[in-house]
Design a protein around this ligand. Structure first.
Ligand SMILES: Nc1nc2c([nH]c(=O)n2[C@@H]2O[C@H](COP(=O)(O)OP(=O)(O)OP(=O)(O)O)[C@@H](O)[C@H]2O)c(=O)[nH]1
Length: 142
């Protein structure tokens, strides 16, 4: 039987210093404790940008405008139960303060430090991709 394909949209929120927001998957979820980019499953009929506007508000209380979502790259990763296709964006402007609403830990990290975090497997190449494109910050996590 073929593995189902799961479409998910993700976004690196980038602050004025060039740091990227990552969130930790809470207990009770698959891959609990690993870090990821905010986002979620693309619902039928939704554009990935619309998914992100919806998910960023639900997860973090922030509202990016559709035009502020800049396509970066995508992940294509084979998990045991499904194949993930994940268009990934960056966003530098949004309304509201980041307030996690699902009990998840969050961290603003320099792009080159994200690669040192325990990330979801699909996110490892994304973090490298981001790190190569953002300004270099401090070398170690705080
Ligand atoms: N949001 C998000 N999901 C990711 C990332 N990387 C990655 O492999 N995924 C996978 O994409 C799938 C969908 O994510 P999700 O956040 O909507 O779903 P979930 O498993 O928490 O379930 P639920 O929202 O239905 O409760 C999960 O299996 C998750 O492991 C990422 O950076 N961000």
């Amino acid at each position: 039987m073929k593995t189902p394909v799961l479409w998910v949209a993700a976004c690196g929120l980038i602050d004025a210093d060039g740091r990227v927001l990552v969130t930790q998957r809470p207990d009770g979820r698959d891959h609990a404790g690993l870090w990821e980019f905010p986002g979620g499953k693309i619902e039928p009929g939704e554009r990935p940008e619309e998914t992100l506007v919806r998910e960023l508000y639900e997860e973090l209380s922030v509202e990016p405008c559709l035009d502020c979502l800049e396509p970066l790259t995508f992940a294509s990763h084979a998990y045991p139960d499904f194949h993930l296709i994940m268009p990934t964006y960056v966003c530098r402007q949004w309304d509201g303060m980041v307030r996690p609403r699902e009990g998840q830990a969050t961290k603003w990290a320099w792009a080159e430090d994200i690669v040192r975090l325990p990330l979801l497997p699909a996110d490892i190449p994304l973090a490298r991709h981001l790190a190569a494109r953002l300004p270099k910050g401090r070398r170690f996590l705080t």
